[in-house]
Design a binder for this molecule. Structure first.
Ligand SMILES: [Zn+2]
Length: 309
């Protein structure tokens, strides 16, 4: 069977339950794109699939590719692949859209990946800390970052066993382009196990409390392809800025204002190039190892590295 025919067959399988279409129709469309317009097969396949989605008035999530394959999270490097994952729900985030039922982070021994579960997929709720076998999820890519979508064809099975989650280390080389609010000299809630950052002397959970000073930086590092949110804890901040927590407190005391610390740090680091390594936690990279660079690294190199992340 020819390559094109095989692709046509697979696309046909996805739609044969939904619309009246023959394999020959699908093949014809693929051939036109591939042979006449020299479109790469991947792209042709996407284009033809989109055509039939529209014709059948379906969403991509409504169709499944037969025979999704068991995969590890670290292997996800293509969009629109249908795979099975065995993964633990590391954390759940607040969905930002009504069309999303759940969004969060999945982990397996090889790494972590964001997941989205559509509201209309009508699937059971995943729980934080739960381990699941997820059959028939589809991979997606946005600006070089991969995620998986749980859809109406996904089968969820909760497993009794625990699953060790691998440390997903990121390495970023780029310019620190912005420092976010909540950086510099901050106060944390002193209540046992809380450590929330206080807003105007108040903890979200415990109300007005006598906060404890801490140093941290929430920064945006641009590697030329993508912006990464990076958090520097006290140790990393002290190392990055040469400013200790004690010195920061003195500065704030002298000025009767804690924001002078953030201003000083900002002047020091924004616009500087760094190589940053550390574990990924949710959408943040925690800076473990930081090296200041002289300037932009070889942009070509940067691009290759960014793509491989
Ligand atoms: Zn608190």
């Amino acid at each position: 069977m020819s390559d094109v025919r095989q692709h046509a067959d697979e696309i046909h399988d996805q739609f044969s339950d939904h619309i009246d279409v023959t394999v020959e129709d699908v093949e014809e469309r693929l051939r036109t794109l591939v042979d006449e317009y020299k479109v790469p097969m991947d792209e042709a396949r996407r284009s033809v699939t989109n055509h039939y989605l529209e014709a059948a008035d379906l969403e991509r999530e409504d169709i499944s590719r037969s025979g999704s394959e068991a995969a590890n999270i670290e292997d996800v490097d293509e969009p629109e692949e249908w795979i099975d994952l065995t993964a633990k729900v590391i954390e759940l985030w607040d969905p930002r859209s009504d069309s999303v039922a759940q969004v969060g982070l999945l982990g397996d021994p090889t790494g972590t990946i964001k997941f989205t579960k559509w509201a209309k997929s009508d699937l059971p709720a995943l729980e934080e800390g739960g381990v699941y076998e997820l059959q028939n999820v589809v991979t997606d890519e946005y600006q070089g970052r991969y995620s998986v979508k749980l859809n109406s064809t996904t089968v969820i099975e909760e497993l009794e066993e625990d699953l060790e989650v691998g440390n997903d280390t990121s390495e970023i080389e780029g310019a620190l382009v912005d420092m976010q609010s909540g950086s510099g000299l901050i106060k944390r809630c002193p209540k046992e196990g809380c450590t929330r950052v206080l807003q105007n002397g108040r903890c979200n959970e415990h109300g007005e409390v006598e906060g404890e000073f801490d140093l941290r930086i929430k920064a945006v590092v641009d590697d030329g392809l993508d912006a990464h949110e990076v958090i520097f804890d006290k140790e990393a901040t002290e190392e990055l800025t040469g400013l200790s927590l004690e010195e920061a407190k003195d500065m704030a005391m002298d000025a009767l204002d804690t924001t002078v610390v953030a201003d000083e740090i900002m002047d020091d680091i924004v616009g500087t190039y760094y190589r940053i390594e550390g574990p990924t936690f949710g959408r943040y990279v925690l800076a473990d190892d930081v090296e200041e660079l002289d300037g932009p690294a070889d942009p070509e190199q940067l691009l290759i590295k960014a793509r491989s992340m």
